[in-house]
Design a binder for this molecule. Structure first.
Ligand code: SAM
Length: 222
């Protein structure tokens, strides 16, 4: 199945620091999302097989690094199409000597569909996905019934899909789609209280500055 892309054609040049980090650290920490598809080998990528968290659309990656630093027993794979963000995350991973972060560049949906085994994830984080506010663009939103079914299939039973957004109508769409998936169970009655383990992200800060409310949704694979 091919799907229209969920991201904007980008935007932003790679600075010297980020380019340097990408060049030097990619062979050690990077995963290419490219054909021919190769199943992800967690043992050789991380040097262990800990519970694996996938973050889709990690942006500049500062929140990813903070979460991974606070949660050393799990491994974090951050996926982003935007090279400067990946370069920034790699630079932070090196500075903070974080052993449990790896990064993948490209469309996360290709990675999930073609490179991740069913039941292989402990959690999927989708924090402030591109909102595509115009109605004619809603089909580009990441959280749709088909992508949720795909993401859920890669979660282990008991694994958690955690979405957050600052767009009220997208939050409603997320709740509708997640509630409709009969294999997902809402961990809360409606929206979740802001989880203490989710750091403030860059786009969340923008949303708050613009006066928007933040919505968290946490669902477990039943
Ligand atoms: C609005 S930004 C949010 C970034 C970050 N999570 C934050 O809260 O600051 C959404 C990010 O998701 C990325 N993205 C959107 N669709 C994606 C996909 N299919 N695969 C990988 N990254 C994607 C975009 O490139 C963009 O950087």
């Amino acid at each position: 199945m091919t799907r229209i892309t969920t991201f904007y054609p980008r935007r932003g040049r790679v600075s010297g620091r980020h380019e340097d980090a990408l060049t030097r650290l990619w062979p050690r920490y990077g995963v290419d999302i490219a054909q021919p598809w190769t199943p992800l080998d967690q043992q050789s990528l991380f040097g262990r097989r800990a519970p694996l968290v996938l973050e889709i659309g990690s942006g500049m990656g500062d929140a990813t690094a903070a979460m991974a630093a606070a949660d050393p027993a799990r491994d974090y794979l951050a996926v982003e199409v935007f090279p400067p963000g990946l370069g920034n995350l790699l630079a932070v991973v090196e500075e903070q000597d974080l052993p449990n972060v790896r990064v993948a560049q490209g469309d996360a949906l290709h990675l999930v569909r073609h490179m991740l085994a069913e039941g292989s994830l402990d959690a999927v984080h989708v924090y402030f996905p591109d909102p595509w506010p115009k109605a004619r663009h809603h089909k580009r939103r990441l959280i749709q019934p088909d992508t949720v079914a795909l993401l859920r299939s890669r979660l282990a039973v008991g694994g958690v899909l955690h979405c957050a957004t600052d767009w009220a109508d997208y939050a409603e769409q997320m709740a509708e789609v997640l509630d409709a998936d009969e294999h997902l169970v809402n961990l809360y009655d409606g929206y979740a209280p802001r989880p203490g383990h989710r750091p403030l992200t860059k786009f969340e800060q923008r949303g708050i500055a613009a006066g928007r409310q933040i919505f968290d949704l946490l669902y477990r694979r039943g």
